[in-house]
Design a protein around this ligand. Sequence first.
Ligand SMILES: *Cc1c(COP(=O)(O)O)cnc(C)c1O
Length: 429
Amino acid sequence: MTQNTPDLPFNISDHHVWRPYTQMKTTPAALKVKSAQGVHIELEDGRRLIDGVSSWWTVCHGYRHPHIMQAVKAQMDRVPHVMLGGLTHAPAQTLAQRLAALAPGDLNHVFFCESGSVSVEIAMKIAMQSWINRGERGHTKFVCFKGGYHGDTLATMSVCDPEEGMHSLFAGGLQQQLVTALPRDESAREAFEALISTRRAEIAGIITEPLVQGAGGMKFHTPETLAYLRDVCDRFGLPLILDEIMTGFGRLGTMFACEKAGVIPDIMTVSKALTGGTLPLAAAIASSRLFADFWSDDAGAALMHGPTYMGNPAACAAANASIDLFEQEPRLEQVATIEALFAERLPEARDFPGIVDVRWQGAIGVLEFPAVPELEALKARFVDAGVWVRPFGNIIYLMPPYVITADELDVLITATLNVTRGWAKDHFV
Ligand SMILES: *Cc1c(COP(=O)(O)O)cnc(C)c1O
């Protein structure tokens, strides 16, 4: 019912859309988008913004790449959706086969779903049930890391950083996991291995984002740290889950971040750039070793999961077309070009008042401050400067579409540095 109720302090019809991570009372109105093309978002009022965050890290080929548009349209004309229970279709078959070929090692078995969070839930479920199927009870907890982020659903919230993450509010209602600091150096490793060995009988697996913890603040760790986690998992017989939802599909310069460390996980989760930012799709990709744990004459050993829209044909067609583009166009070279331009331009920010750190890797550039005061005003300044940049936590960051030209990237970086410099002068000394 849209009729306004006098005792409510807001106008119902202004707020049918409940927005993400948003205090609806104090937030400025959302900007209305009319269209988008390439790296540009065009607003209803005619303004055009360069997208500096690739629509939450998805739009790697830019908006409306004709190859993806055409593939989705053609698929919509054949079959937009059909259930994956008992039925299958070429887009899902082909995509699973291509993901298995792209993913390292024996990551060969692709379980589709519609969102990154759900793919992490599925990965956790696969890990837990693999123990049960092998007749080893009690492996119900995950080792996860401070600064980590794996989604907004209840189980994924439990493996996020419980204090710094967005989910501390719910702490009492979540499964208690074994949250610890990433063992970044020799001194941390002893304590880490002590934790693993004392709690081993309870541990279902170790989960981390490889090399960059994204929503937890774009914190980097080294390939050596990742390789160490793989080594610990091998020594203690634990599955390693790598959440490549943000890092996957080229963001760090290789197809998957784990390649940079020569690490092969037991389960990998992908989403975000999987469809090039066109349609919702995600997957948990499991090793043949884990898949074998579900291979049985016992129906009870099956993976009991099946999202209604899993393997949606249009979304799979989009993902196949997106992978075509990685093969046909120089995407990873473009990421290397972005990285080189970050290396050239971002160090200038090291002189800004208050700056804590300036870092970049692949197509991620980060300016870290003690905090980001006057967040909404800062966001508005970016829009006024013609760029769509969305600081969060204590960072201002850039993650442009890989197809951004050197000129467009120059405009984006220049605007970001200018706005940030002015804002930093106002708030730090
Ligand atoms: C975005 C993200 C998720 C959650 O994906 P959704 O599609 O938003 O549910 C999980 N893990 C990582 C690393 C992410 O960046």
